[in-house]
Design a protein around this ligand. Structure first.
Ligand SMILES: [Fe+2]
Length: 237
């Protein structure tokens, strides 16, 4: 009994296209797909990314903090992450690229989703339950039940057993930050009483994304390009 988890695409269409091709080539279309948020911002293809995402019909999408910044202007007020004015310009650039239909789609996706997967309960959020800008704290989850807590946000894969529970972060598809610049996604496989949590890495055309950031003169692009290539967080952004 499998599901696939994809998080933090960040308007990186070549990464999402590489994932889609991998899924087709490996005949994985029958496995339910769950998205953990941050579809837009920090990449050059927000509208194209949302359009491709919406073509994965019938799948489950959660909102991330960057999706929230785009649909709510006030989310940027006093946000330390956007202390750099270029960050605010970047968010406005992203919003300007999105069609009314895509903005409406972003506005209507939930922040949490839960369901049963065999012997396990699955609890999905972008960051943690009380904040989309923080990550799950192993000391604050219910470790006495078989629960897979699925989350994104950090852009770093995490597979942590805590009592009977697991915390699983599949990493970032479009902007990994764990020094491996390949796109990252996850597969959860529940078999009997056990859950296996696998992170899959696939190469994609990073320089196509870089060229689009340059060609479209995306604000804040210097740091974004650097971190796409190195998979290291940079405060040049
Ligand atoms: Fe993110």
């Amino acid at each position: 009994m499998k599901i696939m988890l994809v998080s933090d695409i960040h308007a990186n269409l070549p990464a999402l296209e590489a994932f889609s091709a991998y899924r087709t080539k490996n005949r994985l279309e029958g496995i339910p797909l769950y998205f953990l948020g941050d579809y837009v911002n920090l990449g050059p293809f927000p509208e194209e990314t949302v359009n491709l995402l919406r073509s994965f019909s019938g799948e489950v999408y959660l909102a991330g903090n960057h999706d929230r910044y785009i649909i709510n202007e006030h989310a940027l007020d006093h946000n330390p992450y956007f202390g750099n004015h270029d960050g605010i310009l970047h968010c406005r650039w992203t919003r300007d690229q999105l069609s009314p239909g895509s903005l409406e789609w972003l506005r209507n996706i939930p922040t949490r989703h839960q369901f049963e997967l065999g012997a396990f309960h699955v609890d999905m959020v972008h960051g943690r339950h009380d904040s989309d800008e923080e990550t799950l704290d192993a000391g604050r989850i219910d470790s006495k039940r078989k629960i897979v807590y699925a989350c994104g946000h950090t852009h770093v894969p995490r597979n942590q057993g805590v009592g009977l529970a697991h915390i699983f972060n599949p990493g970032s598809l479009g902007k990994p930050l764990d020094r491996d610049n390949r796109a990252s996604f996850g597969i959860v496989d529940v078999s009997g009483e056990n859950a296996s949590l696998e992170v899959v890495r696939i190469p994609y055309d990073i320089e196509r994304t870089v060229r689009a950031l340059e060609d479209r003169e995306v604000p804040w692009r210097k740091g974004i390009i650097n971190s796409l290539r190195t998979a290291i967080y940079t405060d040049e952004e």
